[in-house]
Design a protein around this ligand. Structure first.
Ligand code: 8ID
Ligand code: ZN
Ligand code: ZN
Length: 352
């Protein structure tokens, strides 16, 4: 069952780790029995895509690789087993492209922990191409009244920070410190937190990010590059001076991972989400014990987290700054990202 699908398409291809990226014509693949072919319209650019290009993590990527895992598009072909998706339906390609659905983790809806999980734009080709393959069971179902460019960053950044906020245990009225607040995940985190009734303190650097964070609703902005004492300033930014109830670590540098335990409130939680290359966590044992701090990791979200995160967006609760550029310009987006010069998210339009 197919509509008219070209044999060739444009894609951004990584031939070898470290790059360069090659914008070129490649074949359009055919979906297997449990897969769909998605005509990707827009794809968000996550810092994970840059980590994949640079080979930052102790997990090899497939090569050659088409990156991208925030792909929003339209179903144009489906495998013979697929009954619950129609041609023309809008779907989202997420980081978790597929999982076994049978292992101990999958049975408990912890699909990201599945040892056989397929990762879009990492172990399988992702959304920086016009036609991408995804397992039908895992694609996000996107209602047709949602704009595809704006929802693209929700498909990784949105789901991830929404899950991270849930994992933090912070309750309505409490305060969460968002570290890396001016970046893609950070911008969305402030909006999800607000929608969940939480207060936020933003930590990042520079005028643009300060401005963006104020617009997104954070009550304070701490500039990590100019602050004389980040720990003290974060504590002082909470109403009673006792520090935030939770910390979401979204930064792509190690330093804040060594700092958060010092300013989180007693009984509070530190949630690690950012994945700086080769980084280690550090916390004083004494403070961790006598403050009863929880330190944990949080990794994307399951299918239910995904549909909930999409629903927040659909209800108009999640607004964040994003810029749309052509897929052909991906390299220049990475250059800005490397410099930390992106406030919010870039989204690529695969038709340009
Ligand atoms: O499931 C997961 N755990 C998951 C999902 C998606 C993404 C993890 N990630 C990871 C990415 O791989 C990346 O390592 O989250 C990290 C953030 O992704 P992003 O938001 O897409 O990156 P960005 O837009 O470049 O934002 C990073 C921000 O961190 C700030 C930068 O200024 C930038 O705004 N930052 C840095 I670098 N050092 C900082 C510091 N010391 C800092 N902010 C505060 N304090
Ligand atoms: Zn991502
Ligand atoms: Zn599994």
């Amino acid at each position: 069952m197919t509509t008219e699908i070209p044999k060739k398409q444009m894609a951004q291809v990584i031939e070898k780790t470290g790059g360069p990226l090659q914008y070129k014509e490649i074949d359009v693949q055919q979906p297997g029995p449990d897969e769909i072919l998605v005509n990707v319209k827009f794809s968000g650019v996550c810092h994970t895509d840059l980590h994949a290009l640079k080979g930052d993590w102790p997990l090899p990527t497939k090569l050659p690789l088409v990156g991208g895992h925030e792909g929003a598009g339209v179903v144009v072909a489906r495998g013979e087993l697929i009954k619950d998706l129609e041609l023309g339906d809008h779907v989202g390609i997420k980081w978790i492209n597929g999982s076994c659905l049978a292992c101990d983790f999958c049975q408990q809806s912890d699909e990201p922990l599945c040892a056989k999980a397929l990762l879009s734009g990492y172990t399988v080709d992702g959304s920086f191409q016009q036609y991408a393959i995804a397992k039908a069971a895992h694609v996000a179902r996107i209602p047709k009244d949602i704009d595809l460019a704006g929802v693209a960053p929700v498909l990784c950044a949105g789901i991830t920070v929404y899950k991270g906020l849930k994992e933090s245990g912070a309750k309505p009225g409490q305060t969460v410190a968002i570290v890396g607040a001016g970046g893609g995940l950070g911008a969305l985190a402030q909006q999800y937190a607000k929608a969940m009734g939480l207060r936020t303190i933003a930590i990042d650097t520079g005028y643009d990010k300060r401005k963006v964070c104020a617009e997104l609703g954070s009550s304070a902005f701490i500039d990590f590059a100019t602050s004389k004492n980040v720990v003290q300033e974060v504590k002082e930014a909470t109403e009673d001076g006792l520090g935030p109830h939770a910390v979401l670590l979204l930064a792509v540098s190690e330093r804040p991972f060594q700092q958060a335990a010092e300013y989180v409130r007693a009984r509070g939680s530190v949630v690690c989400i950012g994945l700086p290359a080769g980084a280690y966590l550090k916390a004083p044992v004494f403070d961790t014990v006598i403050k009863m701090i929880t330190i944990k990791g949080s990794y994307v979200g399951n299918r239910k987290d995904s549909s909930e995160a999409l629903d927040f967006y659909r209800r108009g609760l999640i607004k964040f700054p994003y810029k749309v550029v052509g897929l052909s310009e991906l390299q220049s987006v990475y250059e800005l990202m490397e410099k930390g010069a992106i406030a919010g998210r870039y989204v690529v339009d695969t038709s340009k």
